[in-house]
Write a protein that binds this ligand. Structure first.
Ligand code: DGL
Length: 249
């Protein structure tokens, strides 16, 4: 199958790496790094950008889409599902389903826009009776997009965003932004207790029910390609990957 995967940037590449380890397809990826972070943009802008992305990828004859961006899911998924007849697998659906398998309180780390929609809190609490605390971890996406070179800012930001978890020993931490699993090791190091860290892509990997191809083919496109982007992409896939820089209309 031809599977289109998209995100505002590098987080989607991490999702692609996770799902492609188990599911063989002809993958077409678009990361809109030029306009990231989406998390600080309006819902209207995000809907406009995601339409451009879907139409860019549609040129390749995509059979199914994976929306590898929580912020796009939170703001634009209903819009996309109404506008197009494609299937859109949602990373938020996967995060909710995975979290519902766990027990105890939940801390959701996400972008500002995702937190404002309360998509995770509402959907988890609708199906289970527990506390869900949402934190807009707004400083992390720019640091990750810049290749995590600013270690001090990363460390300070994590201290700030994980303070609640460390104080309350929140059993589950849901990474509600696809950029955050890229720094999962750093998150674990900052926690003063053992938390269950939920990466929705891990659940997605086990729930892609389309017919598979014989081997993987990865076609990677980004709207901005810097030395840091390339370095982080190579680290994610643990090999040198080809990324083509494109512009969207
Ligand atoms: N990776 C995206 C997400 O999962 C958003 C990052 C951004 O703010 O651009 O929400």
């Amino acid at each position: 199958m031809k599977v289109g995967v998209f995100d505002s940037g590098l987080g989607g590449l991490n999702v692609l790496n996770t799902i492609s380890q188990k599911n063989k397809h002809d993958y077409y990826f678009l990361g809109d790094s030029l306009r990231a972070p989406y998390g600080d943009r309006s819902s209207e802008e995000i809907r406009k950008f995601s339409t451009q992305i879907v139409e860019f990828l549609a040129e390749f004859g995509i059979d199914h889409y994976v929306v590898a961006c929580n912020t796009i899911c939170a703001t634009s998924l209903d819009f996309l599902r109404e506008k197009y007849r494609y299937t859109f697998l949602s990373i938020v659906d996967m995060g909710v389903l995975e979290t519902l398998k766990t027990k105890g309180d939940v801390l959701v780390l996400a972008t500002r826009r995702t937190v404002e929609t309360h998509v995770y809190k509402n959907r988890i609490q609708k199906n289970s009776n527990r506390n869900v605390k949402e934190i807009a971890a707004v400083k992390l996406v720019p640091i990750i997009e810049n290749g995590m070179e600013d270690r001090k800012s990363l460390s300070d930001a994590l201290d700030e965003y994980l303070n609640f978890a460390n104080k309350n020993k929140t059993p589950n931490i849901l990474l509600g932004c696809t950029h955050f699993p890229i720094i999962k090791d750093e998150i674990e190091k900052k926690l003063k207790y053992k938390a269950n860290i939920i990466d929705p892509a891990e659940y997605l990997k086990d729930h892609m029910d389309f017919e598979q191809s014989k081997k993987n083919n990865l076609h990677l496109f980004m709207t901005s390609k810097t030395i840091q982007t390339q370095k982080t992409a190579d680290q994610i896939f643990e090999k040198k990957v080809d990324i083509e820089q494109v512009s969207l209309k």
